[in-house]
Design a binder for this molecule. Structure first.
Ligand SMILES: Cc1cc2nc3c(=O)[nH]c(=O)nc-3n(C[C@H](O)[C@H](O)[C@H](O)COP(=O)(O)OP(=O)(O)OC[C@H]3O[C@@H](n4cnc5c(N)ncnc54)[C@H](O)[C@@H]3O)c2cc1C
Length: 410
């Protein structure tokens, strides 16, 4: 197919590209997926999909495939303030989709979904990179493998090529970036002595830090450390800094003895927070997943990527006018990403900002949140559908009760 024309060229065979390729190919659409890697290794990416993402996975009929790739559904979400247990949420009982957090080893998930796209009829070119894109009515991509270039045209080009998307830059999209606030560092641990029936989330607002553990089974855990850039000038990155990473997690609240017999089974890398494109469609080129938008911290990314895939699939299947369909997707993307972005901003302000004003804001809001948990956005269960209007913001910061003077200050 790549020697002729195809309907859709998808750049990137990650969660977004593979899931979309499969979803379109099963409807008879001629799909070419171009993936620069021949096999997948640990790149320190998301391994815990929030329950609203699991609902998207079901809508795309890939939940079974995720389980085949080794995914485990984790029932509990436990939160701590420093080392003190705050609460434990039974996700399966309390989320609208009645599902837990779906945890998986990212490289296994990618291989399984890319194989499934191929089995559904998509052509998959591994070890091939897209190096240029020419937007237009019949957009053209240039593929490069073994130093040979080839041009392929399509009705639609999809940039599913991740955080450092080449498609985004060469197709002329303007990328927005929040001021640096949070950095997330991650590593894969083996032999960690933490309980494996819950996502463990330790938050230490006075230090501007958070630490998370996503159990993957057999005492393997994906560990993340989130820190405010105002508190920690240097991100923790590189395997020589594993000790610093563990110390930072312990300082946040994790028990030191969990790490006693632990070893590291992959790279340690750190990444900055949100960036996004407004209206991620122009002239025959559409962006999905991290190429379109990343969240801050990044733990909505898997769910957001599947939301993109499901919405774009539905728009494309609904009409032959793909230009209008891609605009419709981009409009919806602005709405749901905008909602997530707002809510994550509130959570960051409350839980990661440091200093006297932030302390005062917490001293006021946290007792109300403890008394009435429904004041907090439901990022796990509702995702972007959690209320994010001004009234929801006022309730979250408890501005509807007591003095608000300090709370509205930036
Ligand atoms: C440290 C960290 C922690 C995270 N934690 C979570 C979490 O707990 N929960 C959660 O939901 N999300 C999390 N995320 C986000 C999640 O990993 C991403 O949102 C998700 O992987 C995005 O999928 P994608 O398919 O858009 O991009 P990617 O997974 O990045 O896939 C892009 C693919 O495109 C390929 N590619 C790139 N350029 C080219 C090219 N020029 N030609 C051909 N192929 C190309 C790449 O090889 C790759 O396979 C985290 C992210 C980070 C960085």
């Amino acid at each position: 197919m790549a020697n002729g024309n195809c309907d859709v060229v998808i750049v990137g065979g990650g969660l977004g590209g593979a899931a979309l390729g499969r979803a379109l190919a099963i409807h008879g659409i001629r799909v070419l997926i171009v993936e620069r890697e021949t096999s997948f290794k640990d790149r320190v990416r998301g391994e815990g999909m929030l329950p609203w993402g699991v609902v998207e996975a079901r809508a795309l009929c890939i939940d079974g495939l995720l389980f085949e790739s080794g995914a485990r559904e984790i029932r509990w979400w436990k939160r701590y303030l420093g080392s003190v247990a705050r609460d434990g949420r039974d996700l399966m009982a309390t989320t609208p989709g009645r599902c837990g957090c779906l945890n998986f080893y990212h490289p296994s998930m990618q291989s399984t979904l890319l194989d499934a796209a191929e089995a559904a009829g998509a052509e998959v070119r591994r070890g091939t990179a897209v190096v240029a894109v020419e937007p237009g009515n019949a957009p053209i991509v240039t593929l490069r493998s073994d130093k040979r270039d080839e041009r392929v045209s399509a009705r639609l080009v999809v940039g599913a090529d991740g955080r450092r998307s080449i498609v985004r830059s060469v197709a002329g999209f303007v990328s927005n970036q929040d001021p640096a606030r949070l950095v997330i560092a991650g590593v894969l641990h083996e032999g960690l002595a933490a309980p494996d029936d819950a996502v463990q989330y330790f938050q230490n607002p006075p230090l501007g830090q958070g630490a998370l553990l996503f159990p993957l089974g057999k005492q393997r855990f994906r560990s993340y450390f989130v820190s405010s850039t105002s508190q920690r000038a240097r991100p923790i990155s590189g395997s020589q800094h594993v000790g610093v990473f563990i110390d930072a997690c312990v300082e946040t609240g994790m028990p030191r003895d969990w790490y006693a017999g632990a070893s590291v089974a992959g790279p340690l890398a750190a990444f900055p927070g949100a960036s996004w494109v407004d209206h991620p469609y122009r002239e025959g080129v559409v962006l999905v997943g991290d190429a379109a938008a990343t969240s801050d911290p990044s733990w909505c990314g898997l769910a957001l990527t599947l939301r993109d895939v499901r919405v774009l699939r539905d728009c494309l299947l609904a009409t032959d006018d793909w230009h209008a369909a891609a605009h419709a997707y981009a409009q919806q993307h602005d709405k749901y990403y905008g909602a997530l972005h707002r809510v994550e901003d509130w959570l960051t302000r409350l839980m990661y900002e440091t200093g006297p004003i932030a302390d005062e804001r917490r001293a006021h809001a946290m007792p109300h949140l403890a008394k009435e948990p429904s004041r907090a956005p439901d990022l796990q269960g509702l995702g972007p559908e959690t209320p994010s209007d001004d009234e929801a913001r006022r309730r979250f910061f408890a501005e509807d009760v007591g003095s608000t003077a300090i709370l509205t200050r930036p």
